[in-house]
Design a protein around this ligand. Structure first.
Ligand SMILES: Nc1nc2c(ncn2[C@@H]2O[C@H](COP(=O)(O)OP(=O)(O)OP(=O)(O)O)[C@@H](O)[C@H]2O)c(=O)[nH]1
Ligand SMILES: [Zn+2]
Ligand SMILES: [Zn+2]
Length: 235
């Protein structure tokens, strides 16, 4: 079975792009399954189901969704194999901009949208920087000049990525994405022993474990103190 990881900020168009791309891949019905990772709730399950795409979901609750992802990706792969899928696509919303669920040697797609602002590419960490393919959506809403500036900013932070413009509404560009993904298909039976492309942020502190009180005596584990500096200093 092939595995593809898709990640991107909330509402960037991941689901729209995945649906259009699966439709363009020309595979048999039920050949491609999706696993959606989110925090508290998602409507994506219904969206995939309405298009006849088999889907599973995992909600991380109080955990960082990417930490949850990495603890459950092997289970997702085995679920896909059990159901006889040729490909599993995982969708996860990168909420903290610091994590990324990408795995070495597994296709990694980052979806970001033109509306998120031209400085956004600089603010997104490994989720954008270590993707193999960056899909830029919502080009229909901005001008040609804005599309070009945005794409240039993306290629500055990730010079090796293949950048593709996909319209999540019309599906324009999805055929090319499907083709690109199919070129890189790999047959895997497990991701055990595989490695993430980038380490997750350390998350073990008293607040991760449920502490609610403020004050030094309640702050245990991984604590880093802020340095605010001189507010009137000009840089
Ligand atoms: N105009 C326009 N709208 C788009 C495009 N792609 C997606 N959308 C719309 O953007 C909204 C969010 O799209 P989704 O595909 O749900 O985004 P997502 O990244 O999967 O969102 P979450 O899973 O909630 O993080 C939807 O209303 C889509 O119809 C696009 O290329 N152009
Ligand atoms: Zn989605
Ligand atoms: Zn995180």
């Amino acid at each position: 079975m092939n595995l593809i990881t898709v990640s991107g900020p909330p509402s960037s168009g991941k689901t729209a792009v995945i649906i259009k791309t699966i439709e363009q891949m020309g595979k048999k019905k039920n050949a491609v399954g999706v696993v959606k990772f989110d925090c508290l709730s998602t409507d994506d399950e219904a969206l995939y189901k309405s298009r006849g795409i088999p889907v599973g979901k995992g909600l991380s609750g109080s955990l960082c969704p990417d930490h949850y992802f990495v603890s459950n990706i092997e289970e997702s792969v085995q679920w896909g194999i059990t159901h006889g899928f040729e490909t599993i696509i995982t969708e996860s919303a990168g909420l903290c901009n610091r994590c990324s669920p990408y795995i070495k040697n597994i296709s990694a797609v980052c979806v970001i949208d033109n509306l998120s602002g031209i400085n956004t590419p600089n603010k997104i960490g490994p989720m954008l920087k270590s993707a193999d393919i960056v899909v830029i959506t919502k080009g229909d809403i901005v001008s040609q000049a804005e599309r070009e500036v945005f794409a240039a900013r993306v290629s500055r932070v990730n010079p090796t990525a293949f950048i593709l413009h996909v319209n999540g509404l019309t599906g324009q560009g999805a055929y090319e994405l499907g083709h690109l993904l199919q070129e890189k298909e790999r047959n895997i039976s497990t991701v055990k022993e595989e490695e993430l492309r980038y380490p997750m942020p350390s998350a073990l502190c008293s607040y991760c474990l449920g502490e609610k009180k403020i004050g030094d005596q309640y702050q245990l584990g991984n604590v880093r103190k802020i340095t605010l500096g001189d507010p009137y200093e000009t840089s």
